[in-house]
Design a binder for this molecule. Structure first.
Ligand code: GDD
Ligand code: GTP
Length: 418
């Protein structure tokens, strides 16, 4: 039997996702109409013999998370549990802390996934690849190709081209190491815990020393990437399975729009029922809608939440409109933006951002989830309206981030509106 663990992080993480992460934990932010995590869970639920999905993070259990878990359990008929770390223990520390729960029932292997990635999740292919490589290794990393410059923002993997063994692993190197990057999706056998245990014991001794000499308490953080993969590389313990399918990180709100586009494209095969249907005589919609929407004109790449109202002549493209928002005033225009819950956009108003899409001429380009500021200025990016923001008629909001609960009274450009 198999299990899957999803690392969902906690409230100190997801800062590039503000102000949207004020309202909902980042892993539950809707991407292509469903919570970011649901894509992972659906992929796991399709793997034969998958017995349980465990979410590990340091969020306080909250209603939103509980509701999500119980509805996903019901819908997909698979047990899902949330285990809370008492502090951020790192990508390896959390799974080590909860190793007994992970190993209970004796899974032959288990997947570990970062929550903040979007992917086709080729889990069954990884499983086949794992079985082809015999019993003696302890894990398979999913890899993809990046270009030389962008590879530096990821974990980089040097492989043996014939055997696919991981020869070197360097997390976010400062100079070029390899164009194969770590996707944050792994398949491990229980042997991995032996290796994490060794690091844990070593750190424990250092921590006791440090506490005795400085009186300083050190957190017991273990990072899979720097502490485990780096040491296991070159020991025939790790292999890399390279995917040709789509994959992207979801760090910033801009990357959520890009990820939505990737999933919407996949929905044509995987979930046609989630896409809006186009009937003769009605406007063409390229994207997805929840049913209650009263709609006029949309697309491409739009996902519209429940209870959103849309008026005549409204244009929306490359955007996410969250539930309860209202674009009911005629002829407003929303491009490359996220419109927060319960926000309203007035007549002939224009809410517009700059997409941060990967270079379309480079097949290996990834999205740049840049920091908010560069050279003292706000980097042009998508426009985000936090929840309950009101944009009056004929106003233009461009490349700006509007914090929740604002009634704007004029146009803004390149600003964070506090
Ligand atoms: N439970 C828990 N506890 N989860 C955590 C913790 C922790 O202490 N720290 C991080 N995570 C989760 C995050 O929520 C995220 O889903 C994932 O682990 C990785 O987060 P980061 O630590 O921010 O790493 P990164 O995204 O910059 O880089 C990682 O992912 C890249 C692919 O997206 C690395 O694994 C890279 O090697 C990889 O290329
Ligand atoms: P496509 O033909 O859809 O590929 O559009 P485009 O890429 O040539 O241009 P753009 O996306 O800017 O505009 C698409 C549609 O939105 C056009 O029909 C425009 O008339 C309409 N549009 C552009 N700006 C506004 C606006 O401020 N308000 C409204 N209501 N519509 C607009």
């Amino acid at each position: 039997m198999l299990k899957a663990i999803i690392l969902i992080g906690g409230p100190q993480k997801g800062t590039r996702f503000r102000p949207l992460s004020f309202e909902v934990p980042k892993p539950l932010f809707p991407v292509a109409g469903v919570p970011m995590l649901q894509h992972h869970i659906e992929a796991c639920a399709q793997v034969p013999d998958m017995k349980e999905i465990i979410l590990i993070g340091f969020y306080q259990p909250n209603d939103e998370l509980n509701r999500f878990i119980s509805s996903a359990q019901q819908e997909l008929k698979i047990p899902i549990r949330y285990l809370q770390e008492f502090a951020a223990l790192g990508t390896g520390g959390g799974i080590y802390h909860f190793r007994d729960q992970i190993l209970s029932g004796g899974p032959a292997a288990f997947f570990i996934m970062n929550a903040d990635v979007c992917s086709e999740f080729p889990l069954q292919e990884m499983l086949r690849f794992h079985r082809q490589h015999g019993e003696n290794h302890c894990g398979v990393l999913l890899g993809t190709t990046a270009n030389r410059t962008q590879s530096l923002n990821y974990g980089c993997i040097v492989e043996n081209h014939e055997t696919n063994e991981v020869l070197h692993f360097v997390e976010k190197p400062s100079t070029f190491v390899s164009d194969i990057i770590n996707c944050g999706i792994y398949l491990f056998t229980q042997d991995i815990f032996g290796h994490i245990g060794t690091v844990f014991q070593r750190n424990q001794q250092e921590r006791i020393q440090e506490e005795l000499t400085n009186g300083k308490q050190m957190p017991e953080v273990i990072r899979l990437e720097q502490d485990i993969f780096t040491t296991l590389a070159g020991q025939k313990k790790l292999f890399v399975y390279k995917t040709q399918h789509f994959w992207s990180q979801i760090k910033s709100a801009g990357s959520a729009i890009y990820a939505s586009r990737l999933y919407l494209k996949q929905y044509h095969q995987a979930h046609p029922e989630r896409l809006a249907t186009n009937q003769d005589g009605t406007p063409k919609i390229i994207g997805m809608l929840h049913e209650e929407v009263d709609l006029k004109a949309l697309g491409p790449n739009v996902s519209i939440g429940k209870g959103v109202t849309i008026g005549g002549g409204v244009r929306v493209r490359e955007s996410i409109v969250l539930h309860g928002a209202s674009l009911f005033q005629d002829h407003c225009c929303v491009l490359n933006s996220i419109v927060g819950w319960d926000s309203t956009v007035g007549k002939w108003a224009r809410v517009e951002g700059t997409p941060s899409d990967p270079n379309p001429n480079d097949p290996y380009a990834k999205i740049d989830s840049e920091t908010l500021f560069r050279d003292g200025g706000l980097t042009p990016s998508i426009t985000i309206l936090g929840c309950n923001v009101n944009i009056p008629s004929e106003v233009i909001i461009r490349n700006s981030i509007v914090l929740p609960h604002k009634d704007l009274n004029r146009s803004f450009q390149n600003q964070i509106i506090l």
